[in-house]
Each structure stands twice: as structure tokens, then as C-alpha cells.
Design a protein around this ligand. Structure first.
Ligand code: ADP
Length: 302
């Protein structure tokens, strides 16, 4: 079946946050693509306009570490987004017990993640939904951020449609305290959680509710002191917590000093003091030995 006079629809790839995803052949280029069919839901008209304008911005975000939005068009009342087809994702890599991730491999995955983030943040686009299964991996080993900006365009996904519960594990403390004027720091915190997950091979902070998520964060890093994060007390959902001291990062992770130093800067409580994606790329961790594995040599699921 041909869609929009151009795409030959193939099998269903899966169901995501915003709708179903199909594999397709782009007859114009011969390229295999993934088409995300987005239900426009209740406020069709309203969303359509802003969505299409924002999507135009996303189409201009071209970078080796950001999944390319090839095309976008409405069809039968649904919005179709056409992306380059990606072989696998970082969640599959982390979960595959047959894969051994060396320190150089972890460094490579983190470098590609941060490169993609830095490019978007430079253009004032936030991801807002960073998690390992949104970090897609191409046949040649390049990691690319997927679903960039979709959270902002389409809003937080409808609870009903989501297996979205996991996104909580990657939420920054300012979001859990109800901040509405958050910035790129939320993506850096999430990238820190992904860094930790690459080291541990399991999600780091697995909260079972938003309150529990904060509890997990405090248990790992100690409760934030007003001296560390002055603006915290003004956040809408801020509540005072009983003080807990922080264990050393070294007791939680087996990693080099450089890795732990970068990790601690990504997990800085005060979003204003948290390292930026660009600064993280310039951290000594990325220039010290071992150097990042080249993408083609990274281990991937069979
Ligand atoms: P979610 O919203 O839960 O992150 P998505 O809507 O991104 O999920 O994707 C749903 C399914 O489609 C996933 O199983 C994913 O593997 C697959 N998929 C999404 N984008 C691509 C792509 N660009 N290439 C190949 N498969 C994809």
C-alpha cells in the first residue's frame, strides 16, 4: 500500500507513546524508513497548526546524532512523521546479557548522546523524554536521539497509551518539585541517568512513584541543602525532607575518576550549576584514555 504517493508501507514495528510505527520503503530514495502515525486526538485543529510549525523546526535539526525527520504530512486525520530507519536502540544494548560494554564503549555511547543534545540545546530545543529506548542506533553504530521535541509539541502523552512509566526514572529533581520553567538541565540529568545505567547495566534510580523517585535521588546523592540549591524552596511542590547524607559515588559505581567526576556534575542538584551538554563534551573524561570506541566497532545485539 502506497501512502502519500511515495511510501510503500511494510510491517508494524511497534506501538509507541504517540501512536503506531510502521516500516516502509521510500520509493523516491529507495531508503528504508520508519513512519510514526500520530493520533491527533481531541484538539485536532489547534495541535495541527503549532505542531506543523514546530515540526518544520525539527526538520532543520540535522546532525549525525539526531534522528533525521525526513518528511511530515497529514493523512486520513493522522499526522505521519517519516524518520530514517534504525536497527536497534540503547535499551536493547544495555539489556542484552551477551553484550559486554567496555569503558571505551560506554564513553562512545555517552559522547554521541551528549553531541546530539548539545546541538539541540544550542537551538533551544529540549528533548524532555530522554531514556535508553529513545536513543536509537543505526546499522553503522551511530547513536541518534529520537523523538526530539515531540514531548513539547504533542504534550505529555496520554496515560492510557503509555508504557511511559519508566520515564520517571530519568526525571530531574526540579521536575519532580513541579518546576515549570525548566531548561536543558532536565535532559542533562536524564543523560546522567543513562550514563549510570550503562555502568550498572540496570536503571539507576527506579522510583515507583514521583515521591519515591525523589526518595531514590536523595538516597543516592543526599538531600539537597539550600546552600547547594537556593531556588529549590520556591518550587511549587517543594517539601522539606529529613536530612540524609550522600554515600560516595565510588561506593555506587565502578568507574574511573574522570567518569565519576563527570557523572557528579551531571547529577548536580541546582539546574543552574549543573554541567551543560557542551561542557560535558569538553570534560577530561572524553579526552583521557581509553578513547571512545569508533561507532562501527561498538557491540550491538544480533
Ligand atoms: P515510544 O514512544 O514508546 O518511545 P516509539 O513511538 O518511538 O516508542 O516507537 C515504537 C516502536 O517503533 C518501538 O518499538 C521502536 O523500536 C520502533 N521505532 C521507532 N522509531 C523507529 C525508527 N526510526 N526505526 C526503527 N524502529 C523504530
Amino acid at each position: 500500500k502506497i501512502v502519500a504517493d511515495r511510501y510503500l508501507k511494510r510491517e508494524l514495528l511497534g506501538e509507541g507513546t504517540y501512536g503506531v510505527v510502521f516500516k516502509a520503503l521510500d520509493t523516491k530514495t529507495g531508503q528504508t524508513v520508519a513512519i510514526k502515525k500520530i493520533r491527533l486526538g481531541k484538539h485536532k485543529e489547534g495541535v495541527n497548526f503549532t505542531a506543523l510549525r514546530e515540526i518544520k523546526l525539527l526538520k532543520e535539526l540535522k546532525d549525525p546524532n539526531i534522528i533525521e525527520l525526513i518528511d511530515a504530512f497529514p493523512h486520513k486525520g493522522n499526522l505521519h512523521l517519516v524518520f530514517e530507519f534504525m536497527e536497534t536502540d540503547l535499551e536493547a544494548v544495555i539489556r542484552d546479557r551477551n553484550i559486554l560494554l567496555s569503558p571505551a564503549d560506554i564513553k562512545s555511547y555517552m559522547q554521541m548522546t551528549l553531541k546530539g543534545l548539545a546541538v539541540c540545546h544550542k537551538k533551544w530545543v529540549l528533548h524532555r523524554d530522554m531514556k535508553p529506548n529513545n536513543l536509537l542506533i543505526s546499522a553503522d553504530g551511530q547513536l541518534k536521539l529520537g523523538d526530539f521535541g515531540l514531548a513539547r509539541i504533542f504534550g505529555s502523552p496520554d496515560r492510557k497509551f503509555t508504557h511511559q512509566v519508566f520515564a520517571r526514572w530519568y526525571r530531574a529533581p526540579e521536575l519532580l518539585f513541579g518546576s515549570k520553567q525548566y531548561g536543558p538541565g532536565v535532559d542533562v540529568w536524564a543523560a546522567g541517568c543513562i550514563f549510570a545505567e550503562l555502568l550498572l547495566r540496570r536503571p539507576f534510580l527506579q522510583g515507583s512513584s514521583d515521591i519515591d523517585q525523589l526518595g531514590k535521588i536523595f538516597a543516592a546523592f543526599g538531600t539537597p541543602k539550600p546552600s547547594q540549591w537556593a531556588d529549590m524552596v520556591y518550587l511549587p511542590d517543594y517539601v522539606e525532607y529529613q536530612h540524609v547524607p550522600a554515600p560516595s559515588l565510588r561506593s555506587l559505581f565502578t568507574a574511573s575518576d574522570d567518569a565519576l567526576d563527570l557523572l557528579s556534575r551531571m547529577f548536580t542538584y541546582d539546574p543552574k550549576a549543573r554541567i551543560s551538554a557542551q561542557q560535558a563534551l569538553e570534560h577530561r573524561y572524553f579526552s583521557s584514555q581509553p578513547l571512545p570506541t569508533i561507532p562501527e566497532k561498538l557491540p550491538r545485539p544480533h
